[in-house]
Design a protein around this ligand. Structure first.
Ligand SMILES: O=P(O)(O)OC[C@H]1O[C@H](O)[C@H](O)[C@@H](O)[C@@H]1O
Length: 526
């Protein structure tokens, strides 16, 4: 029997609050620290390891976290989720994104169909379509091959696919898998669509309109923007556009598209990179085989997340340490710091994934909770971040837990030796140095130059950003966020908090305003 309880009602949580806090600077110093780095590491899929040596935990805290995982029934809740229970209580929906990349539990039937069959059929259709585009069997009106794919979408219909495309672009070019360049239009700022349209050859571009609901103002506006551009170029828009949406959306019934591919309400936007939402653009850009490899990596990581043993379940451990930092140590935010240029937009994707999922002040039954939930997530790739906001991370008044991601190898492989080391070695040297600098600090008589240390971080270390490893990394964070939602007893799968602003914006555009809204509207010349 699963019971959904608030974090502060769990005996194991109360016990954890009483456990002696770890002095990170102390435990990370000397031989002891070296031992921790060797031992506090959990294998992940696709050659990754999650190393938490520099987190503010010890064996006693870990014991407490294991008890918490058990009492909060994390494994059982995940099991219920992938077996098709209505986990999204706010919207009364199942949560099935894991099914887009594998089958963890039972077959799930919903809306009269087997869901796994539905998702794989969509993938097959996308693969066939992409292969035909690449083979020149599906062409523009003049019978010429498409060379560019442009995704139009926002939020979950943009961030994940864009981050994944950028992560694999150079890998694909290097490995002979690059089929088409991809561009993305998301913002309703007209400069976004205009700039993208100016940068491409519209006559040889295929546009993927992505909107699960089919009602998102920004996306529909940008669709019209693009259709206008196609018309102005004397082109038939319906020969240049495909749609990815849910079967119940208004877009699903339209004849305006060359083809339509479907996801459904059981795949949250921010969890949709492995569905048709990521599938269409990534299959067109790199070929369906690459997209399938990406799904394999995600599936492998999902499997690990089913493990009952916390020490063999990196996503669960990461989640538990995060909750410990948030609710016991009281740290307000988390920085995600990939030391990889390929992951330049990965932090932006994680911002939505994490903050839209767990930025909640009521539990899954709609009752207010008496504890803090999701942290503020931000990040930039290293080393760029080091020359930007690391000052605050090292010496600011807030302690910000850090999640480093590092790779032994670059993607392109071109490198130079300057001052006896390659750029890749310099990159990796920096991440190693940062972990120790944050954890251990350095005493100095000059207070201004003093580093307290005690600033916790973890690192996920991998070989290279490849389709498989990227899939695994994505699934790790999706599962981490899910487990944290279980611990906080919030519904991680709805996002009511984004509605009010949308409603008020509509009122502004309809000139139905008064008070502050009216004055702001006037100030902005609407
Ligand atoms: O895919 P769509 O239905 O167009 O939704 C796009 C995005 O907009 C909404 O406002 C939500 O906050 C996001 O979760 C969603 O991903």
């Amino acid at each position: 029997m699963i019971t959904w309880n608030n974090l502060d009602t769990l005996a194991s949580f109360k016990e954890l609050e009483g456990v002696k806090k770890v002095n990170l600077a102390e435990v990370m110093a000397g031989e002891n620290g070296a031992e921790r780095v060797k031992n506090y590491s959990v294998p992940m899929a696709e050659g990754f390891a999650y190393n938490f040596a520099a987190k503010q935990v010890d064996d006693e805290v870990l014991e407490g976290l294991k008890k918490l995982a058990e009492e909060a029934q994390l494994t059982e809740k995940f099991e219920a989720l992938y077996n098709g229970e209505v986990i999204n209580t706010g919207e009364k929906r199942l949560v099935l994104h894991h099914m887009t990349r594998g089958q963890l539990g039972n077959a799930v039937e919903a809306d009269g169909v087997d869901k796994r069959t539905f998702y794989t059929e969509q993938q097959k259709k996308i693969a066939e379509f992409a292969n035909k585009v690449h083979a020149g069997e599906i062409t523009n009106g003049a019978g010429e091959k498409f060379t560019t794919v442009v995704q139009i979408g926002i939020g979950g219909s943009d961030l994940g696919p864009r981050a994944m495309y950028l992560a694999l672009e150079n890998w694909a070019k290097k490995n002979g898998k690059f089929k088409m360049e991809a561009k993305f239009i998301s913002n309703v700022d007209p400069d976004d669509a205009a700039a993208v349209l100016n940068s491409i050859d519209v006559a040889h571009s295929i546009f993927v309109l992505v909107s699960k609901s089919g009602t998102t103002l920004e996306t529909l506006t940008n669709e019209s923007f693009v259709k206008d551009a196609l018309k102005n170029a004397g082109l038939d828009a319906s020969k240049h556009m495909i749609a990815v949406t849910s079967e119940t959306s208004p877009l699903a019934k339209s004849d305006d598209y060359l083809a339509a591919f479907f996801m459904d309400d059981y795949i949250g936007g921010r969890y949709s990179s492995t569905s048709a939402v990521g599938g269409a653009v990534l299959s067109l850009a790199f070929g369906p085989e690459v997209f399938a490899q990406f799904l394999d990596g995600a599936a492998a990581e999902d499997k690990l997340a089913t493990n009952k043993d916390v020490m063999q379940n990196p996503a669960m451990l990461d989640a538990l340490i995060g909750v410990y930092e948030r609710n016991v140590l009281g740290y307000p935010s988390t920085a995600v710091l990939p030391y990889s240029q390929a992951l330049s937009r990965f932090p932006a994707h994680l911002q939505q994934l994490d903050m839209e999922s767990n930025g909640k002040a009521v539990n899954r039954f709609g009752e207010p909770v008496d504890y803090v939930t999701g942290p503020v997530i931000f990040g930039e790739p290293g080393t760029n971040g080091q020359h930007s906001f690391y000052q605050l991370l090292h010496q600011g008044t807030d302690i910000v837990p850090l999640q480093f991601i590092g790779f032994k190898n670059s993607q392109i492989g071109t490198d130079v030796v300057i001052q006896d080391s390659t750029s890749q070695q310099k990159l990796c040297a920096n991440v190693a140095a940062q972990i120790v600098a944050f954890a251990c600090g350095k005493a100095d008589e000059n207070r201004n130059k003093n580093f307290e240390g005690g600033r916790p971080s973890s690192i996920i270390i991998g070989d290279q950003v490849t389709p498989e490893s990227l899939g695994a990394l994505l699934a790790h964070f999706e599962n981490k966020v899910m487990f944290q939602g279980f611990l906080w007893n919030v519904n991680s799968f709805d996002q009511e908090g984004v509605q009010l602003g949308k409603v008020l914006a509509k009122r502004v555009l309809a000139h139905e305003t008064d008070g502050a809204l009216k004055v702001f509207s006037d100030l902005l010349n609407i």
